[in-house]
Design a protein around this ligand. Structure first.
Ligand code: PLP
Length: 383
């Protein structure tokens, strides 16, 4: 049994989630915003990093064959996708890689589609590159979300060059079904849009659900899957992610594009941590999923009891809860201001495209959630 109950002391360490609290107006508030975790990474990963540090050499590093094999093994074992080592393109973060991909494979003014509400950097990387953002709203029946495939087809027909798919979806918590993923991949193929599937949350899957990677749905020359060990194992600060690109043509185009812009890879300690996580972190990742599910049920029960007007979106994947606060009468920014003042920092839904929601990060010891929930209830007028 691994320990998710003991907090890692992060305040004062430079952790954005903790050390930017004063800028948000309450340096004592408990943080449930930035998507990283407040318990220790797997001991196997920490041990590998200790050994690497003890070697006292921090020179330039490139991924070894052993590293690439560890990624292949993880992807095949956990996601049923038999990939080849040469398909693995290590990168230094999913968002910066998305920005590279958008700039490499599209031209200024090209149309790029995202499904909203969605993780806000998707829209930002499109707009900052001077491309045209096409927003395809997810359908919501008041509780659960789905893809409006007719609407998606209409948008893709309008000349979309690239679609950024979020799977599992942040912030709405969906783990897309195989048929849904296949439909997205088929439509992209049919209308000539490159499918870029951000699957950074693909290991954080709740009971009763299983992730289906777009790599198994798309044709090899039309899909790029972006992955990382960073959410699963809390390694975001080590800047290590992996694109999986089956097409040799797409790989060489991206490599040339990056080389000509002096975009360097990699962080050596990030490679060490990723390999250790993928070789030895399976049991830890499974236990974390159980822990997050237990926390989700705990928060859901509390909200149902104290805030009956708040609708809890079902959590299928990710550690991010998506709460509909429309009935409280507050918009999301107002609600977040009140919650922060009361002692709990969440993300406002407006930044993801829906002002009736707030997002709560569950990846912390349950005691931290228990301490923060009364502040949330008080701020939203709980009973
Ligand atoms: C869907 C999604 N993609 C990317 C990221 C960030 O990835 P990175 O830190 O590797 O840039 C996040 C972080 O929350 C995310 O939710």
């Amino acid at each position: 049994m691994y320990d998710f109950d003991t907090p890692t002391p992060r305040a004062g360490s430079g952790a954005i989630k903790w050390d930017m609290r004063d800028k948000l107006g309450n340096s004592e508030a408990l943080p449930f915003w930035v998507a990283d975790s407040d318990y220790a990474s797997p001991p196997e990963v920490v041990d590998a990093l200790h050994r690497a540090v003890a070697n006292c050499a921090f020179g330039y590093m490139a991924p070894t064959d052993s590293y690439l094999n560890s990624v292949c093994l993880w992807v095949e074992k956990r996601h049923g996708w038999a990939i080849k080592p040469e398909w693995v393109v290590p990168s230094t973060g999913v968002v910066s890689e998305l920005a590279n991909i958008v700039r490499c494979f599209t031209a200024p003014g090209d149309r790029i589609l995202v499904e909203t509400p969605v993780y806000d950097p998707f829209g930002n990387v499109v707009k900052s590159a001077g491309r045209t953002l096409v927003e395809n709203p997810l359908r919501c029946d008041g509780r659960a979300y789905s893809i409006d495939s007719e609407d998606l087809e209409r948008d893709l027909k309008s000349g979309v060059k690239l679609m950024i798919f979020c799977s599992p979806h942040n912030p709405v918590g969906r783990v897309w079904l195989p048929d849904e993923v296949r439909q997205v991949a088929n439509l992209c193929q049919q209308y000539g849009a490159l499918l870029v599937s951000d699957e950074i949350h693909w290991d954080i899957i709740m009971p009763g659900h299983s992730h289906f990677t777009a790599g198994l749905a798309g044709t090899p020359d039309n899909v790029i899957v972006l992955t990382a060990p960073s959410k699963t194992f809390n390694l975001a600060g080590l800047k290590c992610s992996n694109d999986i690109i089956p097409s040799a043509g797409l790989r060489s185009k991206l490599a040339a594009w990056k080389e000509s812009r002096h975009i360097e890879t990699n962080n050596g300690l990030g490679l060490v941590a990723c390999e250790a996580a993928y070789r030895h972190g399976g049991a830890w990742a499974d236990e974390q999923n159980e822990y997050i599910w237990g926390s989700f049920l705990h928060v859901k029960d509390y909200i149902t009891d104290k805030l009956p007007g708040v609708i809890v979106t079902p959590l299928e994947g990710t550690y991010l809860m998506w709460l509909n606060i429309f009935n409280t009468g507050f918009d999301s920014r107002g609600a977040v201001r009140r919650m922060t003042a009361a002692g709990a920092i969440l993300n406002d839904g407006a930044r993801y495209g829906d002002d009736s929601f707030v997002r709560l990060n569950l990846a912390c010891p349950r005691s931290q959630l228990e301490s923060g929930l009364p502040a949330i209830a008080a701020a939203l007028g709980g009973v």
